[in-house]
Ligand binder design. Structure first.
Ligand SMILES: NC(=O)c1ccc[n+]([C@@H]2O[C@H](COP(=O)([O-])OP(=O)(O)OC[C@H]3O[C@@H](n4cnc5c(N)ncnc54)[C@H](OP(=O)(O)O)[C@@H]3O)[C@@H](O)[C@H]2O)c1
Length: 239
């Protein structure tokens, strides 16, 4: 039977690469993002069945309704990839920038993940994937809201995984923590170990197939995560 997936934030970067990969693997897709023309372009380039929806996840009530409508159009859902996100350096603590990150990465994430998870619980199975970040592990002076928003994402996913286990339901919840991936979001960063979007999408797909609960993208970022976790505060303050 054809598998059905929704990817939020599919107009560019990691989400777009995942859409291309899953469509080539035979998935029927529901794709979202704010830039309608990019969604239309992507749809016409993909081999499989695709529904698109112009969605701003910061408008959370509308986004939740639209997400449910996409599930209805697909006539079910096997895989939800909650990927839409934003973030940029904000050294001056500009409140509008902090707020936007929280609206999109926290409220928008939780709102769309909530609709997907409730659907999976109702149907008795499913796979929820959230795109967090290595940034979730520790706060950082230039991007306090971004790192905190990703800590929320990972912790929320942990709670949903726990819920599925408690309910004894075959629902997989996967927390993806990318390091640097070559997208607009990573521009201007002090970049090292930067993966292409294709490599990132392939590694995320492998984590999905293996039903992993956690995956670092690329895998070597596990080492950085381990070091960042162990770093004493006095040393972290020097960075
Ligand atoms: N690139 C990295 O190094 C890196 C590292 C760790 C984690 N991540 C995470 O990976 C995810 C994808 O980012 P990316 O690197 O692929 O960057 P990207 O190319 O900028 O993609 C971000 C996607 O999110 C969508 N989006 C942003 N704001 C939205 C909103 N208000 N409503 C709906 N969709 C929205 C964008 O679509 P529209 O603009 O069309 O709305 C776009 O499709 C994000 O969650 C990001 O935090 C990235």
């Amino acid at each position: 039977m054809t598998k059905k997936a929704i990817i939020t934030g599919a107009t560019s970067g990691i989400g777009k690469a995942l859409a291309q990969l899953l469509s080539n693997k035979g998935y029927s897709l529901g794709l979202t993002g704010r830039r309608t023309e990019l969604l239309e372009e992507l749809k016409s380039s993909l081999p499989g069945s695709v529904y698109i929806c112009t969605m701003d996840v910061a408008q959370k009530d509308e986004a939740m309704e639209q997400f449910q409508q996409l599930i209805d159009k697909l006539d079910g859902l096997d895989l939800a990839i909650i990927n839409a996100g934003c973030g940029q350096a904000n050294p001056d603590l500009n409140w509008e920038m902090e707020k936007q990150v929280i609206d999109v990465n926290v409220m928008g994430f939780a709102a769309t993940a909530n609709v997907a998870m409730r659907h999976f619980i109702k149907q008795g199975h499913g796979h929820l994937v959230g795109i967090s970040s290595v940034a979730a592990i520790r706060g950082y002076h230039d991007v306090p809201a971004y790192n905190a928003s990703k800590a929320f994402v990972s912790n929320y996913l942990q709670g949903l995984r726990h819920k599925a286990v408690h309910a004894r339901l075959p629902i997989t919840v996967t927390d993806i923590k990318p390091g640097f991936v070559d997208t607009k979001m990573a521009q201007g960063e002090k970049i090292f170990w930067r993966a292409s979007t294709e490599v990132a999408a392939n590694q995320i797909y492998r984590a999905i197939v293996k039903k992993k609960s956690h995956a670092y993208v690329t895998k070597r970022w596990r080492l950085i995560a381990w070091l960042v976790k162990l770093l004493p505060q006095w040393l972290a303050h020097k960075l």
